[in-house]
Unconditional design. Structure first.
Ligand SMILES: [Zn+2]
Length: 264
């Protein structure tokens, strides 16, 4: 059993009276290289580049889905902040753009980005959008970028000291390094799926409807083989998520109003 589930089951076992909002479902990674701040600082350029591109195209900010994106994000944020000291301290932010080439992402510093073009194209329901955003936020909570960079450094000669920026140069230049990282990157996706499903369930979004997103991904999956597969096949992700549905349902049910006692 992985750490994430063990913590969760302990929390659920603590008593039915425990409110869903108090569930801690994530684990705190340990033994990582560089500080969280160094990894966050290195990703600032990515965020700025995206903002500049959106501003230049006049496609920054929401137009059609403002209220629902903000409402979903706030509900997820409430749950995310309770997952670990790191998650509580992150300077979370939400940026909406309207770029065709952008879907959704979250940087190590908790900057969540989503494109309205993606929401429209995929016709995402509130539940499916909650899953997508929660998946991205789970990457920030679990410090997946820092974990992946730490693993990448283990594959390189240890005598050379490297900054986070140096690591990105190595990854840009070395296809073999990126291929060697595939298992770690794919494991990160499974973890983000699992924590994302549970977070969005704790935020009150029906788990089965959340999975509409991955069901569509699986239905659209083609047989092409990628040079580097950073993500597992969509249908494998779907299977893993379906295995977590009973747990997600239990968490979601804690968020539902309890039925009123019958009166005469
Ligand atoms: Zn992901």
């Amino acid at each position: 059993m992985n750490k994430l589930l063990r913590v969760l089951i302990l929390a659920l076992g603590a008593g039915a009276a425990a409110p869903a909002a108090a569930l801690a479902m994530a684990y705190e990674p340990s033994g990582l290289d560089w500080s969280a701040g160094e990894v966050e600082a290195a990703s600032q350029a990515t965020m700025q580049g995206l903002l500049d591109r959106a501003a230049k195209a006049g496609r920054i900010g929401c137009e059609r889905h403002c209220e629902r994106i903000e409402a979903i994000y706030q509900r997820l944020l409430h749950e995310a902040r309770q997952q670990s000291p790191h998650a509580a301290a992150l300077p979370w932010s939400l940026t909406v753009v309207r770029l065709q080439q952008v879907e959704a992402m979250a940087l190590p510093g908790g900057q969540v980005v989503v494109s309205e073009a993606f929401i429209d194209e995929r016709q995402l329901s509130d539940q499916a959008l909650a899953f997508v955003l929660a998946h991205e936020m789970a990457h920030s909570i679990l410090e997946h970028e820092r974990q992946a960079l730490t693993f990448a450094r283990m594959l390189l000669p240890q005598v050379v000291s490297r900054s986070v920026q140096d690591m990105y140069v190595e990854l840009d230049l070395s296809l073999s390094l990126l291929i060697a990282m595939e298992p770690v990157l794919q494991q990160g996706e499974f973890e983000a799926d699992e924590l994302g499903l549970l977070l969005a369930s704790a935020a009150g979004y029906a788990p089965e409807r959340q999975l509409d997103f991955i069901d569509d991904e699986c239905a659209a999956q083609d047989a092409s083989v990628k040079l580097v597969a950073t993500h597992p096949p969509a249908c494998t992700r779907q299977q893993q998520l379906q295995a977590r549905l009973p747990l997600a349902l239990r968490i979601w049910q804690l968020t539902l109003p309890s039925p009123r006692p019958a009166t005469d």
